[in-house]
Design a protein around this ligand. Structure first.
Ligand SMILES: [Zn+2]
Length: 82
């Protein structure tokens, strides 16, 4: 079986989707782990671990991934997954 791998925007490791938090930018709004809600747009993935989430918050990695200012609330929401 070929499991699709995605790259974490923080550590740049390829991991299966289950190990990652998915953030999608849809119509200017960010949605986290939106699989059921079917938002489409540019996605970024971050490992579900403290290290990558904390680094993403500290370095504002999502801003860089989306070339956009991402609000604090979105970053805070990431911590719910770790
Ligand atoms: Zn990572």
């Amino acid at each position: 079986m070929n499991e699709p791998l995605r790259m974490c925007i923080v550590c740049r490791q390829m991991k299966p989707k289950e190990a990652l938090i998915r953030v999608t930018l849809c119509k200017g709004e960010t949605h986290i782990n939106n699989d059921k809600q079917k938002y489409f747009g540019r996605s970024a993935y971050i490992c579900k671990n403290e290290e990558c989430v904390n680094t993403a918050i500290k370095k504002h990695s999502l801003n860089r991934a989306f070339h956009k200012e991402i609000d604090k609330q979105t970053y805070e929401e990431l911590t719910k997954f770790i």
